[in-house]
Ligand binder design. Structure first.
Ligand code: PLP
Length: 446
């Protein structure tokens, strides 16, 4: 550890990263060695925690060190980027089910037909150049008109996770605390761990984050709060206007940035609310078009706090620059089409109906689940592994609950009931009841 303490004369982030990187490459700091905390090292070197944090981020980016959240940061041989562990666990099932309800993806039959839409895109829209605006002006206008609060800046990126990746990378530093819903979307947890954050969980009930828990979490001075305003994946919960006001009240005394992920967009039956209506200068709201209009459009809008959205836009100029304007033109036609509005309405109702068919059977057998909407159902089971195996032997795939957990909790499965045809719903629901096993009678929603 001495090598770290006398990290050479160059006390810049780059200098510190270079010295530690060399020490790792030479083997002086062995694979698996636990590194001191950012604050401790900053104190020892007489530099700011931000400098150490920047140095460690460079080392993490090349795979030389591995942040493991609150367990600390460890040396590892630079072998390239790490595999996202939670993401892999959700998707690693056998994959040969008669009925795969593990996916969390929309029913392709309920997505708008893109063929007439693509045909309606003008020839001019198919020939944009490097010199055009990153976001098609008519699309930007439409998105801003429809935004839950007047955004200081708005741009379009390649899906909600791209938005969250870019915003989080800009906002958080290695060692920062971030508040996240418990349970939460596994790839986002992987991302935050990869960025070296300490993740502070706040439980959700059927109306979103619980205000008193959020208050306690905010006492730890987190940099950011990540939440899903509706159709929360996995629980399906939606923030009500009343809960929103309570959360805004709790957040008011802090300077935490709020990052909202409206991943379900218009397939959710719940009205959209946003903390941006209360905290416009530090809320970044993300709206994905993947589940409503098509996952392969790879488009999401991100708007809100100008100093964050503009920084993300500027940084992106050094990479891809913009999201395909051909796809943006397709999205614009989709948003203008009354037929597509109708398709979305049908999708919304169909998802709600499929969910109801399943929950009626769960209710009859007192299997607990939280009230909610969207394509997923979060179901309590007595034993997660046994339930997955039992369903698999009957040809039904489900997602394990564990990768969604920020901290250990009761066993759950996430069932994408949105992919269930009405005719199958009752039969499959009976299998879910069977897989849930013997639950204590006072299980409650979660
Ligand atoms: C909560 C949540 N956020 C983000 C995403 C990813 O969205 P996109 O396809 O727009 O990247 C998903 C997809 O399932 C999700 O459930």
């Amino acid at each position: 550890m001495g090598a770290i303490a006398d990290a050479g004369d160059d006390r810049s982030a780059r200098g510190i990263a270079a010295v530690i990187g060399r020490t790792i490459s030479s083997g002086e700091l062995a694979d698996g060695t636990r590194l001191p905390t950012v604050r401790e090292l900053a104190r020892r070197l007489g530099v700011s925690p931000t400098t150490v944090s920047d140095a460690w981020r460079s080392l993490a980016d090349v795979g030389a060190i591995e942040p493991r959240g609150r367990n600390g940061t460890y040396v590892r041989r630079p072998t390239g980027p790490g595999l996202p562990r939670r993401y892999r666990r959700v998707t690693e099932g056998p994959g040969h089910f008669d009925l795969d309800l593990s996916t969390g993806t929309p029913d392709p039959e309920l997505l708008p037909d893109l063929r007439p839409i693509v045909a309606a895109v003008s020839r001019q829209s198919l020939t944009s150049s490097y010199l055009d605006q990153p976001v098609i002006p008519e699309l930007a206008e439409r998105l801003i008109d429809d935004w839950p609060f007047p955004p200081e800046a708005l741009t379009v990126v390649d899906g909600a996770m791209d938005a969250i990746d870019r915003v989080a990378t800009h906002v958080v530093r290695l060692g920062d605390r971030v508040v996240v819903e418990h349970p939460a979307f596994p790839p986002m947890l992987d991302l935050l761990e990869r960025l070296g954050c300490e993740i502070v969980p706040v439980d959700v009930d059927q109306h979103g984050m619980m205000p008193e828990q959020l208050r306690c979490a905010l006492a730890l001075s987190p940099t950011a709060v990540f939440l899903q305003p509706r159709a929360q994946n996995p629980t399906g919960c939606a923030v009500t206007a009343e809960r929103l006001a309570e959360l805004a009240d709790v957040l008011a005394g802090t300077d935490a940035v709020v990052i909202e992920d409206d991943h379900a967009n218009e397939i959710s039956s719940a009205p959209l609310v946003s903390l941006g209506t209360h905290l416009p200068d530090r809320t970044v709201h993300v709206r994905s078009f993947s589940k409503s209009h098509g996952p392969d459009l790879r488009l999401a809008a991100v708007g809100g706090a100008g100093h964050i959205v503009t920084a993300v836009e500027n940084r992106r100029l050094l990479g891809p620059g913009w999201s395909s304007r051909i796809l943006q033109s397709v999205l614009l036609e989709l948003l203008r089409s009354p037929e597509v509005d109708h398709t979305l309405e049908v999708a919304r109702h169909t998802y709600a109906e499929r969910r109801k068919l399943v929950t009626a059977v769960l209710d009859a057998h007192a299997v607990p689940y939280p009230d909610g909407d969207g394509i997923n159902l979060w179901m309590r089971v007595a034993d997660e592994r046994a339930a997955l195996v039992r369903l698999a032997t009957q040809g039904v795939g489900a997602a394990p609950g564990a990768p969604f957990m920020v901290r250990p909790d009761l066993d759950h499965l996430r069932i994408t009931v949105g992919n269930l045809r009405n005719a199958d719903a009752e039969r499959v629901a009976e299998r879910l009841v069977d897989a849930a096993g013997h639950l204590p009678t006072s299980g409650g929603g979660r």
